[in-house]
Design a protein. Structure first.
Lengths: 355, 245
């Protein structure tokens, strides 16, 4: 059974994550750690889409909208309040409110599938155009200038009890990794609750879920909002890793990239898209150092290979392969046992006949 | 006929698609503990009527009253939440989940986890689905999928059950078992069954409603309908011999 399985695998992954969190700064250089923080932020975005698309069946092509909104909300709130903890809270709440308004019209209006993808992508692109045009001094929220194309410098995280103490990049890495692990365990738990199972059932068959008496509009809206909250938190981590937030978070490239992470990592798993985000992030960084082949061309080829050859994605494919191998091994052991038993009994018979 | 309390009633119910009157001013009444079959040739409006009752489509005009509650235009989940069990024509099941999970999700709508677990096990035993308990429903045979869906209806212990062609694609043995199940359900619930299979209707039916061109043509026992020349002409046509079997 897939969804009734216990959470042992989740905790194993969480422990590996914690070990990584503790050990990475002792091995890696500062630059690598800063880079890693950005990758973690993107993994958070991947996790949110893994939940919304992989489990909720909602193909949100503009998951980056919530990521970007979270990043901007954090930056603006942090500049105005001077306190990171408040700003993080505001960023998550703003992302949730934004998703609730957008989601309300989509789900209660029964917009589905491809239209939903188009709407969410469009919303993201609208934000892109909108924020790009905010370069004048008149575009400011409180003390925060939006800065148009150049974006805004994000104030770094500070200690919740000491506004004057800003965290070092290593500490930001710890915070980011901790958030990712918590979000991962939370989502893994969520999909196993009644709520999560109903959400999965809606993905499987909307009509049946409705005929059982579940208000599918509400469930979809809620999972969409939870996804937005995680993406928003990812946005907070992102602007802390990069140091600033620009309208580029809303662009088409990033929207598509998020989808690619999930496809490559595997829909229907949570860790898959997270690994997908890490993998592709480091692949593009590595490719960025050479100039023979265009970066996007390679990304495109990877996407095509996955869609055609490994449509389930990396993690589900490996998992299925391991299960199959285990089954085969059990089968082989069983056969061998039967064979030995037969040989033994036939030898005994032969001996009996000999006497 | 026994006339207890009216469970479901439609008044001048109409569903038009452009110029086509799929359901045309239908007045339909069903009393408590009745088991009613809806029959009619293809395109008679049975399925459209069924979809109006279950909230899958919003009727053009008219009323649907379930236990004194006006439900025309309500969402499917609202109608189902009244305690109505619904099975659609094409099995609507959760293909990616196991038989047990399918039935559990239905039970969990009404009960807490412990009770839902208990009811699920009971229903699996009752419908003899233990053998396919952990199998993915998408990989089951058509008849088995129908039974999983019936299990999802049974487990909620509904007081009104709406079934659209419950035996489609079933073997003879499965059809017999379904007839038994429906009779058992009828002990505690009122049932409306849309059906094509005359043999099956003969097994279960008390009163039959005959639809024709979006209207109710007659409402009687199957014997009377099958001996009625008008009914034979419009419904049965070339299939009249099938009725006589």
């Amino acid at each position: 059974m897939t969804i009734f399985r216990d959470m042992r695998a989740t905790f194993t992954i969480a422990v590996i994550g914690i070990l990584f969190m503790v050990l990475a700064p002792t091995v890696l250089e500062l630059f690598a750690i800063i880079n890693l923080t950005t990758a973690i932020a993107l993994a958070m975005l991947a996790l949110s889409l893994a939940l919304v698309w992989g489990y909720g069946g909602i193909l949100c092509f503009g998951q980056t909208a919530f990521f970007g909104v979270g990043a901007y909300a954090y930056t603006v709130a942090a500049i105005n309040s001077g306190d990171a903890a408040t700003a993080i809270l505001i960023a998550v709440v703003v992302a949730i409110i934004f998703a609730s308004v957008l989601g309300y019209f989509m789900f209660y209006g029964r917009v589905s599938d491809v239209y939903l993808a188009v709407i969410t992508l469009t919303v993201s692109l609208i934000l892109f155009s909108l924020i790009r045009r905010t370069s004048g001094p008149e575009y400011k929220i409180g003390d925060a200038l939006l800065g148009g194309f150049n974006g805004v410098t994000a104030p770094p995280l500070n200690l919740p009890w000491d506004r004057a103490y800003f965290l070092f990049p290593e500490h930001v890495f710890y915070v980011a990794m901790a958030f990712l692990i918590i979000a991962y365990v939370f989502t893994a738990w969520l999909v196993r609750t009644k709520f999560g199972r109903v959400v999965i059932s809606i993905k499987e068959n909307e009509l049946r879920a409705e005929l059982l008496g579940y208000d599918i509009r509400l469930y979809k809206l809620l999972i969409f909002m939870i996804g937005a909250a995680i993406a928003g938190l990812g946005g907070v981590l992102f602007c802390n890793g990069v140091g600033r937030v620009t309208p580029d978070v809303f662009n088409l490239y990033n929207s598509a990239l998020t989808i690619i992470w999930v496809i490559v990592g595997g829909r229907g798993t949570l860790i898959g898209p997270v690994l997908g985000a890490f993998g592709i992030f480091y692949l593009t960084s590595a490719l960025g150092t050479q100039s023979t082949i265009n970066n996007n061309l390679i990304l495109g080829i990877i996407l095509i290979i996955f869609v055609l050859a490994i449509p389930k994605g990396l993690v589900p494919t490996v998992r299925d392969w391991m299960i199959e191998r285990k089954d085969r091994r059990i089968q082989r052991v069983r056969e061998r046992r039967i064979r030995t038993r037969r040989t033994r009994s036939s030898t005994q018979n032969a001996e009996g006949a000999g006497e | 006929m026994n006339k207890g309390e009216i469970v479901l009633e439609t008044r001048n119910l109409s569903m038009h698609f452009g110029g086509v009157r799929a359901v045309d001013s239908v007045n339909f009444t069903i009393w408590e503990n009745e088991l009613r079959c809806l029959i009619g040739p293809n395109g008679a409006g049975k399925s459209t009527f069924f979809k109006c009752l279950t909230g899958q489509i919003r009727p053009t005009s008219g009323d649907i009253v379930i236990r004194n509650l006006q439900v025309a235009g309500h969402q499917s989940h609202e109608i189902s939440s009244l305690g109505v069990g619904i099975k659609t024509q094409v099995p609507n099941v959760f293909d990616g989940l196991s038989t047990e999970e399918n039935i559990w999700l239905s039970a969990r709508r009404w009960h807490n986890t412990a009770h839902a677990n208990r009811l699920t096990t009971q229903t699996l035993d009752r419908l003899d689905l233990g053998g396919i308990r952990e199998k993915t429903v998408g990989r089951l045979a058509h008849g088995e999928r129908q039974w999983v869906e019936l299990g999802m209806v049974v487990v909620t212990e509904p007081w009104l059950v709406l079934l659209d062609e419950p035996t489609a694609g079933m073997t003879y043995e499965e059809t017999l078992r379904t007839a038994d199940l429906i009779k058992t359900m009828n002990e505690t619930a009122t049932l409306i069954v849309v059906e094509h299979d005359m043999q099956f209707i003969r097994m279960i039916s008390k009163t039959v409603t005959l639809f024709h061109e979006g209207k109710i043509l007659m409402e009687d026992t199957l014997e009377n309908i099958s001996s009625n020349p008008v009914a034979r002409e419009i419904y049965l046509g070339q299939r009249s011999n099938k009725l006589e079997q």
